[in-house]
Design a protein around this ligand. Structure first.
Ligand code: ATP
Ligand code: MG
Ligand code: FE
Length: 346
């Protein structure tokens, strides 16, 4: 069947249409600009934007596929985690489409969606693999088997800020534009990543090999900027040195997880996986370590509906049970399995 995927966990209204691993249509609308003056996503503004964008996005995705709503055979939606008000819009819309069309509904985990982002552009995912999720709200190392069936094993998370959050906060401190991650990426380009030695929190710590911490790094950059208002170091070098510290820690710990677990496949996903330097360093370090690296195309790293449709398609083909029709948004959902709102024991 054609799977309609709906994503509304943050500020992107994303819709995708996937059948048997093939992308048929997509649409994306963002309220990013409306949040810029507040320096972060405002839940009420995001939710209102989702309400306005969701039906037009579904129609646009169908038009791009040359299909009608009656061609949809299943609906997948991000049930959590994310902003409660924002999730609620997508879940309500998904339930309405599923009920009106008489097709099954699949509530899925947003981070499992990120893990599935590469499925429509590449080969099936290797099993098992080590996954590094680096996004606005999460920084996690996971061991993943069959995404549709197996429990996901958490190896480690961040103790404080997520990597994307760190990019966004440091960008603000350095006076860069919103959103911060892409601005840091651009600002660092062509500059010297070794100009300043910012701390690499928890790097090489055998008692916390897969644990991250970024709040201290953020503070270190803020202190440096305050105490060197007239320094000769170009701001591009500061940005590049900060970015290098994040990239160094992320890639070193991900590769260590692969080595320790004897797994030669690494998948890096989430918004920060769009970062040029992370993609570059991960590629060279993985090549040196004999690890096969998978990173989705840039536009599939940040939130989108295609990844949710791809995960729904995977679940449908695996014969997973649909979610109950009273599926509710789960803002604080923990990632132990891809599908949410289904009373199955793994
Ligand atoms: P989560 O997936 O944890 O719920 P989210 O959905 O808000 O969080 P994503 O859309 O996956 O997050 O990613 C957004 C984050 O990615 C932001 O923090 C943003 O700054 C960061 N980001 C996007 N592009 C880049 C880039 N090129 N370099 C670094 N960070 C980036
Ligand atoms: Mg976003
Ligand atoms: Fe996300």
């Amino acid at each position: 069947p054609v799977v309609l995927g709906i994503e509304t966990s943050c500020d992107e209204t994303g819709v995708g249409l996937v059948r048997d691993g093939v992308l048929l249509g997509e649409a994306l609308s963002t309220s990013m600009d409306e949040h810029a003056r507040y320096g972060g996503v405002v839940p009420e503004i995001a939710a209102r934007a989702h309400v306005q964008a969701i039906v037009p996005c579904v129609r646009a995705a169908l038009a791009s596929a040359g299909m009608a709503a009656s061609d949809i055979g299943a609906v997948a939606v991000t049930a959590g985690p994310g902003l409660a008000t924002a999730l609620h819009v997508g879940v309500s819309a998904a339930k309405a489409y599923a009920t009106a069309l008489g097709v099954p509904l699949y509530g899925v985990h947003h981070l499992a969606g990120h893990l599935a982002a590469d499925l429509v552009d590449g080969q099936p995912l290797p099993n098992p693999l080590i996954a590094l999720i680096v996004s606005g709200g999460h920084t996690s190392l996971l061991q993943v088997g069959d995404l549709a069936r197996d429990p996901i094993v958490h190896l480690g998370d961040t103790l404080d800020d997520a990597a994307g959050e760190c990019f966004d906060k440091v960008a603000r401190v350095l006076g860069l534009s919103y959103p911060g991650g892409p601005a840091v990426d651009r600002g660092a380009a062509g500059h010297d990543p070794t100009a300043l030695a910012f701390p690499r929190p928890l790097l090489g710590r055998n008692d916390a090999p897969y644990t991250f911490s970024f709040s201290g790094l953020k503070t270190a950059v803020a202190r440096w900027a305050e105490s060197h208002p007239d320094s000769g170091v170009a701001s591009g070098d500061v940005i590049a040195s900060f970015q290098e510290a994040v990239v160094d820690v992320l890639t070193a710990k991900a590769i260590r997880a692969c080595r320790d677990r004897g797994i030669a496949d690494l998948l890096i996903v989430g918004g920060v996986a769009a970062n040029s330097r992370l993609r570059e360093v991960a590629a060279s370090r993985c090549a040196a370590a004999g690890i096969r690296l998978r990173v989705p195309a840039r536009r599939r790293c940040t939130d989108n509906g295609v990844m949710i449709a791809a995960l729904g398609d995977l679940l449908v083909r695996a014969g997973a049970p649909p979610s109950p029709p009273d599926l509710a948004a789960m803002p604080g959902a923990y990632l132990e399995r891809a599908q949410l709102g289904v009373p199955v024991t793994l």
